[in-house]
Design a protein around this ligand. Structure first.
Ligand code: SF4
Length: 170
């Protein structure tokens, strides 16, 4: 119902900032396994499903993907589009749908604060976190705590320059 809000990514990054600042003092009540957890999951699901089509992956990267949920990609890709994007920018699996990653890129260019993070390398989805609260996981570093044997993408050097990201956008 509120999916049109995604077309205002700068507004959403401001909301994201406000939400993070206002929820931070509540961190000690935001704990995995706490009594408040089901309530927090319900609120997060309701809000983010309505606006972003959130599928509760538990490791939210919305501010790095132009406030466009990558889990709506039929292939659930987390690091950009596959090779099948159609000439009109639509999805090869669902031709009626614009490619999630085309939208993510275009929206990122309109986000002066977080847009350049589009160029960051994301780890694969940890499906063990599916259905959990990404807010709780973020506050306790669970979303960046990778299973044993996984390489942290932060350890992989990626060359990008913030100014170049915006300058090269169309
Ligand atoms: S990235 Fe994950 S938590 Fe964030 S909106 Fe998409 S499914 Fe939900």
């Amino acid at each position: 119902m509120f999916r049109w809000l995604q077309n205002y990514p700068h507004f959403l990054e401001i909301v994201y900032d406000l939400l993070e600042v206002s929820l931070h003092p509540l961190k000690r009540w935001f704990k995995p396994g706490s009594h408040s957890e089901p309530f927090i999951i319900a609120i997060e699901k309701l809000g983010k499903e309505t606006v972003f089509g959130c599928q509760m992956c538990g490791q939210c990267i919305l501010h790095s993907t132009g406030m466009t949920c990558p889990m709506n990609c039929p292939k659930q890709l987390r690091n950009g589009p596959c090779g099948g994007v159609r000439e009109n920018g639509h999805c090869e699996v669902k031709p009626e749908m614009k490619c999630v990653w085309v939208e993510a890129y275009q929206r990122s260019l309109k986000m002066p604060k977080y847009g350049y993070q589009f160029a960051s390398l994301q780890p694969p989805v940890n499906n063990q976190l599916k259905g959990t609260s990404s807010w709780i996981n973020m506050f306790h570093g669970i979303d960046t705590d990778l299973p044993p044997g996984w390489t942290n993408t932060k350890d992989i050097p990626v060359k990008w320059v913030k100014e170049d990201f915006y300058a090269n956008g169309d």
